[in-house]
Design a protein around this ligand. Sequence first.
Ligand code: F6R
Length: 357
Amino acid sequence: DKGTYPHFMLKEIEEQPFVLRNIIQKYMDENGELTIDKNILNSMNDTDRIYIIAAGSSYHAGLIGKQYIEKVSKVQVEVHISSEFAYNTPLLSERPFFIFISQSGETADSRSVLVNIKKLGYPSLTITNVPGSTLSRECDYTLLLHAGPEIAVASTKAYTAQVAVLAILAEVTARSKKIQVNFDLIQELSLVANTMEVLCNCKDTYVNIAQKFFSTTRNAFFIGRGMDYYVGLEGALKLKEISYIQAEGFAGGELKHGTIALIEEGTPIVALSTQEGINLSIRGNVKEVVARGANPCIISLKGLEQDGDTFTIPEVHEFLTPIVSVIPLQLISYYAALHRDCDVDKPRNLAKSVTVE
Ligand code: F6R
C-alpha cells in the first residue's frame, strides 16, 4: 500500500532514513556493538579473495562494497556482473568466498553462478532483502537488508541498505581481525540517517534541477571518480530506467578518451564531488566539458563546495557518501520521469525480479 504517496518509488525513497536506522538496530548486539554471524566472519577471515556477484543496482552497491572490504577489512575483492561471470568465469583464487548481492534474491543470472560455485564446493553468502528467497535458501549464509518490501521497479532503499550492510560487514570483519577502524560506524551511520532525512526534504530543489537539466534532453552524462563514479553509474541507471533519457556514468578521467565527442551545446553533465582527494581533478573534468558547451549540474559535499555548485550535501563521513549522494539522484530522476509523463513505478520493458537468464 502506498498510502498517501503518489508512487511507491517516492515512498521507498523517503523510507531510507528509517531503513538505515532499522539496519543499525538489527545488526547491533546487547552491548551496543555491530555484530555479524560468526560463521560468516570465519569465511571472511579464511578466504584469500572475495567474489561479489550481482546485477544492476546491486552490482553498483557491490562496487562500493569492494572499497569498504578492501580498505577496512584488508581482504581482496573482485566484483562481477552475474551474467558475465556465468559464461566467462575468471581464474579463481585458492580459497574464494562468494557474496551474492540481490534485492529480490531471485535474479536468475546470479543464481546460475551460485549453482556452479556450489558444485565446486565454495562457500557463499547472500545479502538480500527477501528472507526465504531462492538465493537465501541456497546460499550457506544470509545477511538481510531489513528494508521492507520494495515495490517500485527502480531500486532505491534496497541499494542504500546494501551499501550500509556492506559497510557493517567490512567493519565487523576488520574488528574480528584486530584491524584498527578509526571511526565509529554506528555513530556515522546514524548521522547518515539524519542527513538522508534532510536530503529528502529538499524536493523543490530537485524539481527545479529536473526541469532545468532534464525536461527536454535526449541524453545525459554522470561523472565522478572513485566512489563518486560508482554512484554516478547508479544515478545514470535510475534516470534511464524511469525517464528513458539515455544516461551514462563515466569515470571523470575517461571522458576525454572518446565520450567527450558526444558533448554538445547544452548536454547535461551531472558531476559528483564528495571525496577530498579527487575534488580538484573532477572539477578539472567539469571544465573540460563546459568548454565544449555542457550544462553542468555539480553535486558536492559540504566542505568541498565551490561557488556555482548546483547542490551541496551536508557533511557525512567521506566513506559513507555513496549512501547519501544517491538520494538527490534518485529524486531528480523521479521528478524528471514525472515531468516527462513516464510510468515511474512500472517503467516499460522492465520486471521487478529478473527470473530468466
Ligand atoms: C535498477 C534495478 C535493477 C536490479 C537488478 C538486480 O533499479 O532495480 O538493476 O538492481 O535487476 O536485481 P536484484 O537486486 O533483485 O538481484
